[in-house]
Design a protein around this ligand. Structure first.
Ligand code: BGC
Length: 508
């Protein structure tokens, strides 16, 4: 498809298609713009199979109402976490209410993570699986104890590599204004792998364990007092981030947090979903239609890409003639694949670039959506770009900084590159920097980072999962290449799957 390269530029040693992604959100701006208008025209003209009967390329954001600014909340953990811990009392907590909640994410093992001495305990000491519904004594004053029902959970000691273990959490009950959610499955992403490797993650204040999992599909199991509109059995996905004190967070844009004092389920300061149940305020939940049960677990990673596209659209309102046709996606892990499908669903011509040679699971999925796959083992971005019209939009989901700078060179004038991956590994010296900067200036190019996602992006993701299923029945589900039984297979969560894309933990 693409001419073979004489050389492969850049250091691809750390080009990890499963690299962790970071996402964002804007919720009250009408982004209907030339991309959408152009996409509709493009889809109808060049890809009629992509334009659904009901107009799949509809206004994306107009229907979503502004999100009310959340009340300023303390960095509370969910009720279920209150007494969670099998930690030895002699070990200090890895965080305190005064410690910075969100240490710098360096991508380099344990840099920026204070690891308490002696924090690592042998897995054997923690390996006995807790049986669902088991009870454990909760110490009470005056030496008496009662048994409270508990549930198993998969946790780590943040900062300690490979400290994955089973623990127990108290079974939660929904209070007023809350619902109880039964976890059905949890997705594993690059961020979870980073946490397991000890490179990232922060336990809830005062604790030393962090229950993993920030991508979950669940169903309503009970409805607390003063909650209307929710029924037992409703499928839901929970949004990941909760606001900190900064102005962006307090105005409802925690995905644009400026002081990094936010919390995130299963990542920063809040236990995640690799357990059986959690309680939540329904405002944070997004409904998933029953017919998307099989793919609803992809809502959170797709929400990250929805934000990326929205960011590009918002930025490009600076150009009245913005009419993008050609896109490059770097990386063929879950984020790269979902980005490929999203851009294809908008009618763009997409080339997705990854390291592995085709054929493989991602290349088949990409072809199924009418996009093209190229391996940087066999060609270079420069050679790819030479065969394409000007590249209007690039999503980086590859985790390789050198590749990002190569991509900056092939980005077309007036184009946008959205950086979604956390790059790591040895520092690189991308060349030629003078040329890259000059071309960015002369070409009015934009590079933007994008992390996390808001409720609006989760809602867009649910809509687009439905759209993907209409456009390419069964295709997006092929991104789930491995299913593990959570409380039996937890040791395998971080195993690499040779030709895999997405691992999902079946919980209930
Ligand atoms: C999650 C985001 C989160 C980010 C940084 C990603 O894997 O999808 O929601 O903001 O990690 O913690």
């Amino acid at each position: 498809m693409f001419a073979a390269a004489s050389t492969v530029a850049g250091d691809l040693a750390n080009f990890d298609p499963d690299a962790p992604m970071v996402p964002p959100d804007l919720d009250h701006i009408d982004i209907t713009g030339p991309l959408i208008q152009r996409s509709r025209a493009f889809a109808e003209r060049d890809a009629p199979d992509l334009a659904g009967p009901e107009g799949s390329l509809r206004r994306r954001s107009a229907r979503a109402p502004p999100i009310a600014p959340p009340a300023c909340s303390p960095p509370a953990t969910r009720p279920m976490t209150a007494t969670c811990c099998l930690a030895s009392p002699s070990l200090p907590p890895t965080s305190s209410p005064d410690a910075p909640r969100n240490p710098p994410r360096t991508g380099s093992r344990r840099r920026g993570h204070p690891v308490p001495s002696g924090a690592h305990r042998p897995l054997a000491a923690l390996a006995a699986p807790a049986s669902p519904g088991a009870s454990r004594p909760i110490a009470r004053s005056r030496g008496t104890s009662v048994s409270a029902p508990t549930m198993p959970a998969v946790a780590v000691h943040p900062g300690t590599p490979h400290s994955l273990h089973l623990t127990e959490l108290p079974r939660p009950e929904p209070g007023p204004g809350q619902v109880l959610v039964r976890v059905k499955r949890v997705g594993v992403c690059g961020t979870d792998r980073e946490i397991i490797e000890g490179d990232f993650g922060t336990p809830p204040p005062g604790e030393r364990e962090l229950v993993l999992g920030h991508e979950a599909l669940g169903e309503i199991a009970a409805v607390g007092p003063d909650v209307a509109g929710w029924t037992i059995g409703d499928l839901v996905v929970d949004t990941v981030r909760r606001p900190g004190p900064c102005a962006a967070c307090q105005s409802g844009q925690s995905d644009m947090c400026s002081d990094l004092e936010y919390t995130e389920y299963g990542i920063i300061g809040r236990h995640g979903y690799m357990t059986e149940l959690f309680v939540e305020e329904p405002d944070h939940l997004v409904r998933v239609p029953a017919d998307l049960e099989a793919v609803g677990i992809l809502t959170e990673p797709l929400s990250v890409v929805e934000k990326a596209l929205q960011q590009a659209n918002l930025i490009q309102r600076r150009i009245s003639t913005w009419n993008p046709k050609t896109a490059l996606v770097l990386g063929a892990g879950p984020i790269g694949l979902l980005g490929t499908l999203l851009l294809r669903s908008r009618g763009m011509d997409v080339v997705t670039v990854a390291r592995r040679s085709a054929p493989n699971a991602p290349s088949r999925l990409i072809a199924g959506a009418g996009a093209r796959y190229a391996s940087v083992r066999e060609t270079t971005l420069a050679d790819i770009a030479a065969e394409l019209p000007p590249i209007d939009l690039i999503f980086d989901a590859a985790g390789n900084a050198a590749l990002v700078f190569e991509a900056m060179r092939v980005l077309g004038n007036n184009g946008v590159i959205v950086l979604l991956s956390i790059t790591a590994g040895p520092e690189v010296e991308p060349a030629p920097l003078n040329l890259i900067v000059r071309e960015f200036v002369l070409g009015n190019k934009v590079a933007v980072g994008s992390v996390n996602s808001s409720k609006e992006h989760f809602e867009l993701a649910v809509d687009d999962l439905a759209l993907f299923e209409r456009l390419w029945p069964g295709l997006v589900g092929q991104a789930i290449t491995r299913r593990l039984n959570g409380f039996a297979d937890w040791r395998r969560i971080n195993d690499r799957e040779p030709d895999g894309i997405k691992t999902v933990i079946e919980v209930g």
